[in-house]
Every structure is written in C-alpha cells, then in structure tokens.
Ligand binder design. Structure first.
Ligand SMILES: NC(=O)c1ccc[n+]([C@@H]2O[C@H](COP(=O)([O-])OP(=O)(O)OC[C@H]3O[C@@H](n4cnc5c(N)ncnc54)[C@H](O)[C@@H]3O)[C@@H](O)[C@H]2O)c1
Length: 431
C-alpha cells in the first residue's frame, strides 16, 4: 500500500492547458478558480476544495488535508481555441457568468490568450473557426502541439502540466484497426488517415508524449482506445474521462441505484433537453449528437443489470434527446419521465424537471479532474484512472472491466483510492 511519502509533493506551478479554452465550461472554470483563490468566491461543487472524508480513527478531514493536492494559487491557465479571443472576451460571449463576476479577475482573464487550435472542420461542421494550425498531416499536428506544451511549460515556469479537453464534441468515430495498437495509431497519424484520427487524438497523443496527464471532458473516442491506453502505460501517464457528468446523467445515476436498491421495476425512461449554447448548436448536428447519445445511453443498463433482474428491467424503453433552442443559452432545461412499477406490477410515474446551468455544474468537475489527475501522476498511477469515474458520464474502462455508473459506488472508489494512497482504510460501516 502506498504511503503519503511515496507521493511527490505538489511543489511549484501547475500549468493547466485547456483545449477549447474559450468555451463555456473552460471560461467558467477558470474564472471561478481565479476568484476562489482571491477569496472572492467559494469553490462550490469542487470535491477537491470542499469535501471531507472519514479516517480510520473516525476523525473527519478535508480531502486536501489528507492527500497533497496542487494549491489553486499555483495554477497557471493556458490552452487552445479555434477563436483568438482572450478568456475575458470569450467568457463574455459564453454568457454564463455575469460581467460583474468576470470583472473580479478581468486582468488575469485578459492575459490568458489561446494558442491556435488543431482543428478539422469535418469533425465539427457547425464550427467555423479561423485560428487554426496549418498541418500537413495529423503527425505534424501532434508535433506542433507538443511544441506548444513544452513552450508553455518553460515560459510559465511550470513544474507540471495537465491537459484537459473541454472543447466541442466531435463527430462519432467508430473504433477501427488504426486504434488498436500504438504502432498502428502512429502509422495512421504519419500516413494522415484523417477520417479515423480525430484532432482530439492529436492533443491526447501530444500530452501523453510530453509526460502529461490527459482528461477527456467530452464523449469523443479520443483517448478511449487500446492504442492510447498502451501509450499512457508506456509513458507512465494517467488518462481520465469521458464526458463530464454534470446534469441529467448525474440525476440518473442517483435515481437508478435507488430503484435498484428498492427492487422497483422500470419500464421506460425518457430524457429530453433544451439547450441554447454553442455546445447545443454543435450537438444539433446528427453525427455529433451520436457521440453524446452513445455516452448517455449506456448508463441505465449498466446500473440495472437487466440480465440479472429481467422481471424488473428486462424491457426498458430508454430514449435521450437534446434539442438546440437558442433562447435558453447555457441554462439548460431537462425533463425526465420515468415509468416505474411496484408491488404486483402496478405502474407509477416520476417527472423530473431540472432547470440547471450546464457550465456551473461542469466547471468544478473539470477542476477536480485536473487536480486529481495531477495527484495521480505524482502518486505514480498511470493508464485509465477508473477511480475518477465519479466525474464522468461515460467512464473509461479496458476490455476486461465493466464501467461503474452508480454515483455512490463511484464515490466509494474515489475514497478508497485516496485512502490507499496514504495507507488508510475505511473507518467502519458508517464510512
Ligand atoms: N456543460 C456541460 O455540462 C458539459 C457536460 C458534459 C460534457 N460537456 C462537453 O464539454 C465540452 C465543452 O462544452 P461547452 O459548453 O464549454 O462548449 P462550448 O461550445 O462553449 O466550448 C467549446 C470550445 O471549444 C472550442 N473548440 C472546438 N474545437 C476545438 C479544437 N479542435 N481545438 C481547440 N478548441 C476547439 C470552441 O471554439 C469553443 O470555444 C463539449 O464537448 C460538451 O459536450 C459539457
């Protein structure tokens, strides 16, 4: 069992390079982090900043007092986008936070300027960015991104870097032979097989090659392929994802375990959303929505285990819809209609109407994933970080393991991993 002494200390500056740094989630995460470290806002929703855990002796401590996490004051933000606007201007465009809140850290936000993106219009047809790299091949894209990472590290005097994808969802890319091994992936990048090598894969490859943790916040295939698992292991780098579990799926992964624990049956689950931000616009394109749909649909079967409980969950009709509706901007509205049944098969209905703010929910998740991935790196953990499934709609897993979707089981995985890192065990059944 690893002890705290085996975790390298979080000394020096941590560079956080965000792909899509001008997006709604990114600008909200960055603004909140900068405001929190000045004491001007509370980091609400961030497990790394606010959550506690019980220790073996029954005492309760903040997680950040149990394991050595990077201090918010040591974080330097940077990143890439397909638009050249600085983060202040981009945040004004995103319209998630009010101008008065952005003004709390205006100068710092204005100083964060994106680097030109690795982008291919065919992977997001609704986007027409101009601030993009000229690259002859995908391999060339990788080389340029690696150089960006190295330059940023030196220019900002960073000890460590984490790369986070919070950019738009790419079109659905099925897994093919090119994704099956590192050698095949590198060959396809060099031979420029553009249909199967998404730009996000270039960011992931570049990050891992630079010995930097990579997090996938969208449902893109990207780092979720055997070639990248192999590369991450080879380079001793943690990878995590996919798709921030922010709103509707968060509710689903809390409600579904309740039905299952009570042995109540479910015959149908219909989920629909209206959403008006740029994410909604990109997802309005069927090929991009397919990536999201696959991510959202897998949750229920995994929790209900219909093969074990056919009487309760053998015949569920599950449907997920996202509708682009500009007036709502980032303030998504989600409706769930759940048809359940109980004693002697009598039916009941539950309606959930969640008026959420997408980026307000996703921002702390993004920050937590960054901080925990950096911890994992210093603790010598590499490859897929299944313990970070808690934050993800579509937790990554290899072919031998099943993903865990139930939020409470996922929370246990977080706590178990953190305790293991410092040689602690759970206190009692009251954990
Ligand atoms: N908001 C949520 O609750 C939530 C939850 C889960 C997942 N996500 C995912 O997170 C991602 C970001 O969401 P958002 O609401 O901030 O979207 P957004 O459209 O506001 O931001 C995405 C940003 O990425 C940039 N971009 C696109 N392709 C790029 C590339 N190849 N390189 C660099 N930059 C690129 C865009 O210009 C934009 O600034 C989306 O994929 C979304 O599906 C969001």
């Amino acid at each position: 069992m690893a002890m705290k002494e085996n975790i390298k200390p979080a000394t020096g500056r941590l560079g956080v390079l965000v792909v899509g740094v001008g997006g709604a989630v990114s600008t909200t995460m960055i603004t909140g982090t900068l405001a929190a470290r000045k004491g001007l806002a509370k980091p609400i929703g961030a497990i790394t900043q606010m959550a506690t855990m019980r220790m073996q002796d029954g005492s309760e401590k903040l997680i950040k007092d149990i394991v050595p996490l990077a201090d918010l004051n040591d974080i330097v933000f940077g990143g890439w986008d397909i638009f050249p606007d600085n983060v202040y201007k981009a945040a004004m465009y995103a319209e998630v936070l009010k101008e008065k809140d952005l003004n709390l850290v205006r100068d710092e936000l204005q100083n964060i300027k994106p680097m030109p993106a690795a982008f291919d219009h065919n992977f997001a047809k609704r986007l027409n960015g101009t601030y993009i790299k000229k690259a002859d091949t995908r391999w060339d894209m990788v080389e340029q991104l690696r150089e960006d990472i190295r330059n940023f590290k030196v220019a900002n005097n960073c000890e460590r870097i984490v790369v986070l994808w919070a950019a738009s969802t790419e079109i659905y890319v099925p897994m093919t032979d090119e994704h099956n091994s590192l050698a095949a992936l590198e060959k396809a990048m060099k031979e420029n097989h553009v249909e199967v090598i998404a730009p996000s894969m270039c960011y992931a490859y570049a990050a891992i090659a630079e010995g930097t943790p990579f997090i996938m916040g969208a449902p893109n295939l990207c780092v979720d392929i055997p070639a990248m698992w192999e590369f991450a292991k080879k380079m001793n780098v943690p990878i995590a994802g996919k798709d921030f579990k922010s709103g509707q799926t968060l509710m689903k992964t809390v409600l579904a375990p309740m039905f299952k624990t009570r042995m109540l049956g479910v015959s149908g689950w219909f989920s629909t959303n209206i959403l008006g931000n740029r994410d909604g616009e990109v997802l309005d394109q069927p090929e991009n929505f397919k990536t999201k749909e696959v991510s959202k649909l897998s949750v229920i079967d995994n929790i209900f285990e219909p093969e074990k409980f056919p009487d309760l969950y053998g015949d569920i009709y599950h449907k997920v819809r996202i509708n682009y509706y500009p007036p709502r901007k980032d303030n998504k509205e989600a409706w769930d209609n759940i048809d359940i049944f109980g004693w002697m098969g009598y039916p009941m209905e539950i309606k959930v109407n969640f008026l959420c703010r997408d980026s307000i929910l996703a921002a702390p998740i993004a920050l937590d994933l960054v901080i925990f991935s950096d911890l994992a790196m210093r603790a010598g953990m590499y490859g897929i970080q299944t313990w970070l499934s808690f934050f993800c709609k579509s937790p990554m897993h290899d072919f031998e393991h099943q993903p865990v979707h139930d939020l409470f089981r996922q929370w246990r995985m977080v706590k178990e991993t953190l305790r293991n890192m410092v040689g602690e065990t759970a206190p009692s059944y009251l954990d």
